[in-house]
Design a protein around this ligand. Sequence first.
Ligand code: PEP
Ligand code: CO
Length: 454
Amino acid sequence: MPTHTATPTWTPASWRDRTARQQPEYPDSAELASVLKHIAKLPPLVTSWEANELRTLLAEAAHGRRFLLQGGDCAERFDECAADILSNRFKVLLQMSLVLVYGLNKPIVRVGRLAGQFAKPRSSSTETRGDTTLPSYRGDIINGIGFSAESRTPDPQRLHTAYNHSASTLNFVRALSEGGFADLNHPEHWQLDFVKHSPLADEYEAIVRSIRESLNFTQTVAEGPIPGLRSVSFYTSHEALLLPYEEVMTRYVEHQEGYYNLGTHFPWIGKRTGHPDEAHVEYMRGLSNPVALKVGPDMTPSMLTGLINRLNPDNEWGKLTLITRMGAQGVGDLLPRLIRAVEAQGAHVLWCCDPMHGNTERTTNGYKTRRFRIILSELEQTFAIHKAEGTHLGGVHFELTGENVTECIGGARGLTENDLAEAYTSHVDPRLNVEQALEMALSIVRLYRNGAAR
Ligand code: PEP
Ligand code: CO
């Protein structure tokens, strides 16, 4: 197998010479090629200016002057590309960011796991029920969730549908973030009914009241509206997993003299595909977008420093985000070593914590779940470790939804194992519901207030 030193030339297709994990096997490669050819001609979903702007904001987060809030579904689904579901998801992120702006006294960089989060890595390539074995569900961009041969066979036409759903999602989210909906003078637009009856309602309302009073005061003194309050900036991200799709969304941008993935602002490499000499890292290393790498418990310090050299060879600020997802049990042991290696390397990275993916468990009644208390514990430990090491935790990454689901255990309403059956709708990972997500934001604020975070 070629090593990276042997093939320095990068193209959007140079990943094809490497081992590519987690890719589906399409039965009809001619059909796949024809779909890809068509998508390659369709307009981009985002622009290079936006990607560059996000990189600047992430650089500031790396310096501790901003804070990244990245969140959304584990996997988007075609049948959930609907106004209420999308606006609720957007509202949760707005509400969380409002709490964080207020509590951290820093601008928040809002990034959704949306408008393209359609492909999922799986631990097994097949699923068996009774005596039937079929390909695993790999996300709506690849195959269907239904347990039949027809539905589970990878279908190239789904790439088109994914592109179209990403475009509709992005169009709607852009309208929400740029129009009056996101106006900071009217945070009541973002209020989700569920939260009004929540044990957290008073705490959230107090923040909203305080912000409103400050705004009224400032606008009275300024004798007019303050510009910039009517809209919020919002960026998209997804796991760059299905490489043929990512390849055709990668375009050369003449005026920037570089290649950008224009299917999203901020692609990331998942834990299962972060091998330095393999296809996903090869693909990602040539992009001009800001990129992220998931860092799990099996990452060694030398592997990580090698990956950093490969993904950010010019050591640019804001270019590379490391999303650590160690698990609450192992983080205390594993993370300090990685931080020290990165510091010794002098690498400029943004540290972000995903406290969800290292803390997944299965209940006795068969549900995949996560416990609020354990998620928060990984987050608290991660803040404390960075503080002790003299580095900044500049962001957080959550799987969440704007719906009132019952997928994670705990939180203010004290959901238990027995409540999970009530509204468990995820086909992949368990997500924080809107109340648990808001509580997470309030908890981060508490960590700042009591000096546990900086
Ligand atoms: C995810 O973010 O949904 C995911 C699969 O994460 P990881 O690659 O960290 O396991
Ligand atoms: Co997930």
